[in-house]
Design a protein around this ligand. Structure first.
Ligand SMILES: [Zn+2]
Length: 283
């Protein structure tokens, strides 16, 4: 595969990238120029017991964890946008003026556009319109990624970037990193069969995750499952006892890591169906 290929994932928090860690590793190994945007340092999240982070040091700790996770999967560029984590919807953190939720979406899109014009990805990956599960930062980055996908190609947008020596760039495809609803249903069913109630957030996923038929692209990443787990383990401050993989048996959980799923959302190269490679149709 030509190493002029480039892939950019647009995310909000350290660990958001885990849904595509296998394909990132796979393409990085093939020489594809890979990058991840991480808009915040996840400062508003819960701290897993047994780790040494405090609310004051959490941003710093999570930046280090994100760098560890990105290095494991061979990601070449990690872009931090320096917004503050907004926390879950309707929490007081949403009001912090430094947080991503409070940021002007056009300013966020300008930053993503600048990175697109620098890195020149043919393929972008972002959250869906619901941000996977409604997190306000995920939704904001969905919007910014979608705007950047179209705006980066037009010289009338953010001309100061062109004055800085950048060129316009038209990515070919934008995918949503979308887990099929059936995956969450299988977790709910497993917990119910054990006589355990499924947590509310899991029920919400099982109802609101994209329907299976929306998935256009399935990547076989079975050979990267161990590496994916190593990369996940970098995020130590996020791995508390309620984390999914601590509640679901390893066999079921490992099984779901073997395939990564995407839904083609925006395209300059036509539609996609049953793809196994995100660069399909790109010369
Ligand atoms: Zn997140």
């Amino acid at each position: 595969m030509s190493n002029s290929l480039s892939l950019l994932a647009v995310y909000a928090h350290p660990d958001d990238e885990q849904g595509v860690s296998g394909l990132m590793a796979k393409y990085a190994r093939q020489g594809v120029n890979t990058g991840i945007i991480c808009a915040t340092r996840g400062e508003a999240g819960e701290i897993a017991p047994g780790t040494h982070a405090t609310p004051e040091t959490l941003g710093q700790a999570r930046e280090a964890e994100m760098r560890c996770a990105a290095a494991k999967i061979g990601v070449r560029h990690l872009y931090l946008l320096n917004y503050r984590d907004s926390g879950m919807a309707d929490t007081p953190e949403n009001q912090d003026p430094r947080c991503l939720y409070q940021a002007n979406v056009l300013e966020v899109a300008a930053q993503v556009t600048r990175i697109v014009r620098e890195q020149k990805p043919q393929v972008m990956i972002a959250f869906d319109a619901w941000g996977g599960y409604g997190h306000p930062d995920h939704i904001k980055m969905h919007q910014a990624a979608l705007m950047a996908f179209w705006m980066a190609a037009d010289a009338r947008n953010f001309p100061e970037q062109l004055a800085d020596g950048l060129e316009t760039w038209a990515p070919s495809k934008l995918y949503f990193n979308a887990w099929p609803r059936s995956r969450f249903r299988s977790f709910v069913e497993y917990l119910k069969a054990q006589g355990e109630p499924a947590p509310d957030w899991l029920e919400a996923f099982a109802h609101r995750a994209l329907p299976d038929e929306v998935i256009t692209t399935r990547l076989d990443v079975h050979e990267f499952v161990d590496l994916k787990i190593e990369s996940l383990m970098c995020h130590a401050t996020q791995l508390g006892p309620n984390t999914m993989f601590r509640r679901i048996p390893e066999s079921l959980w490992r099984d779901t890591l073997k395939v990564e799923t995407l839904a083609l959302a925006e395209s300059r190269t036509g539609r996609a169906q049953n793809e196994t490679d995100v660069f399909e149709g790109i010369v």
